[in-house]
Every structure is written in C-alpha cells, then in structure tokens.
Ligand binder design. Structure first.
Ligand SMILES: C[S@@+](CC[C@H](N)C(=O)[O-])C[C@H]1O[C@@H](n2cnc3c(N)ncnc32)[C@H](O)[C@@H]1O
Length: 244
C-alpha cells in the first residue's frame, strides 16, 4: 500500500493491486473485448446490436461536446481518447498501466497538446484543473466504499464551470451472454480469466442510471445519466448549491 493513500480499507488495497495487475496483463488483448473478437465474438446479430448501442453512446458524447482542456481518467488503449482528441484543445490521458498507455500512444500518434500521465487513481492529485473530465468503463472498477473519495477527486480536477462525461457497462450483457472471461461474481468483485487462462479478481460495481443519478445528487452533483441496454452514459457537474 502506498503511503499517500488515505483511509486504508482492509482487503481493498490488495484487490485494487490485483485489478491493476490484471489490466496490465490484459493490455494487449483488451481491444478484443471492445471489438467483440475471439471469445467475445457472439455472432453477427450481437455485433450489430453492440455497434448500434456504441453508436448511441458516441452520439451522446458528441452532443456533450467535450471541449477545452480535457482530462481522461483510466484512458486505456485509447478508443475514446481518439474521439476526445477530435474536440479537445488539450488532452491529458491518465492510466496506471504503462502497457495500455503505450498502446494508446501508438493509436493516437504524435499530437500537439496530448499528454500522458502514469498514475494510480487511488493515490493521485491533479496538478491543474480541467474543463472536462471523462472516464469510460472505470467507475464500475471503483469500490463502493471509495465512490465518494473518487468523486471528490474528480471535483478537484474540474475548473469552476467544468463538466464530467462517463460511460460504463450496464448489468445485462454478462447475464445475457455469460461472457466467458467472468468465472465468478460476488459482492462487487468478479473473478475473470485472461486468454492464457490465468484468473484475476477485479472490482465490478454495476450502476443503474437512476441509482447513479440519485447517489451523485447526494454527493453534490447534478447528473443526467441514461443508458442503452448494455451501457450507461451521461454527464455530471457540481450542483449550483454545492459549488465551493
Ligand atoms: C476497463 S479499462 C477502461 C479503459 C478505457 N477507459 C476504455 O474505455 O477503453 C480500465 C482501465 O483502468 C486502468 N486502471 C486500473 N487500475 C487503475 C488505477 N488504480 N489507476 C488508474 N488506472 C487504473 C487499467 O489500466 C485500464 O486501462
């Protein structure tokens, strides 16, 4: 455990380390999941429906117009980084895995205003503020007990008029298809396998749009979260009454 982490929670730090190790190992096969390839290939109809829902999420992000100085948390291999790069004035991409950021860097190529930061989100503070904070398929990896501290961090990343856009999984896909990489699930923790058969534990907290909107309201955010069948997405900003 890092000395910089506040509020050490019994058992959680080891799980977060395992989760990060899993993503470092998964870096080179991560896009198979996103592109429905290999063991995530469930046929043409499924792929078409996936594309349709991804298209809906992409349209929502486009409508949100992520502009100005943008911070992407847990940016991964860069599918969404590429989209953010189209509208951001500057783009900072943070991830704790050097492996995924290397793939991200290759995908994006050299661009003015693009900066990479290797850091552990549970042990990091921003050195400046941003107009937009974006994270996709990350919130579900934040343990419930770290939800409030995580959103306080997001708050500290934002300029006074700053906004957040998030995308994540919605429970349903795994139930529907029994995704083969999930071998066990209980209490917000999943055990998943990689292509080499090794098993790893990750945090996985599924939020429903209404539940997340309400919880964010309790934390001082105005949120508009919607969803497709397999994804949730939407925006948040500090509520006027809660702005500091
Ligand atoms: C499910 S992936 C999402 C990647 C990307 N946002 C996307 O949508 O393609 C989760 C990402 O979180 C990163 N990650 C895991 N633990 C982290 C931590 N403690 N701090 C920062 N990033 C972390 C992983 O390296 C991985 O890139």
């Amino acid at each position: 455990m890092s000395a910089g982490r506040p509020d050490p929670l019994p058992g959680v730090d080891g799980l977060l380390a395992e989760q990060l190790d899993y993503y470092r190992r998964r870096a080179f096969e991560y896009d198979e999941w996103w592109q429905r390839l290999g063991r995530y290939d469930h046929g043409a109809d499924h792929a078409a429906e996936w594309e349709r829902q991804v298209g809906e999420v992409e349209d929502a992000l486009e409508g949100f117009a992520p502009g100005g100085d943008v911070l992407e948390l847990a940016g991964g291999t860069g599918w969404w980084t590429e989209r953010l790069a189209g509208t951001a004035s500057t783009l900072t991409v943070l991830d704790a895995s050097v492996e995924t950021l290397e793939l991200n860097r290759r995908r994006l190529g050299p661009r003015a205003g693009l900066r990479y930061v290797v850091a552990d989100l549970f042990d990091w503070e921003p050195d400046r503020r941003y107009d937009t904070v974006f994270f996709s398929f990350w919130l579900s990896h934040v343990p419930r007990r770290r939800f409030a501290p995580f959103w306080e961090l997001v708050w500290r990343c934002l300029s006074p008029q700053g906004r957040v856009f998030l995308i994540d999984n919605r429970r349903g896909l795994e139930e529907l298809l029994v995704e083969h990489h999930i071998v066990e699930e209980a209490d917000g923790v999943q055990r998943r396998t990689l292509n080499d058969g090794s098993a790893h534990r990750v945090v996985k907290v599924y939020w429903e749009p209404a539940e997340l909107t309400a919880r964010l309201g309790l934390e001082g955010w105005e949120a508009e979260i919607g969803g497709t069948r397999w994804f949730i997405y939407g925006s948040a900003r500090p509520a006027a009454h809660a702005r500091r």
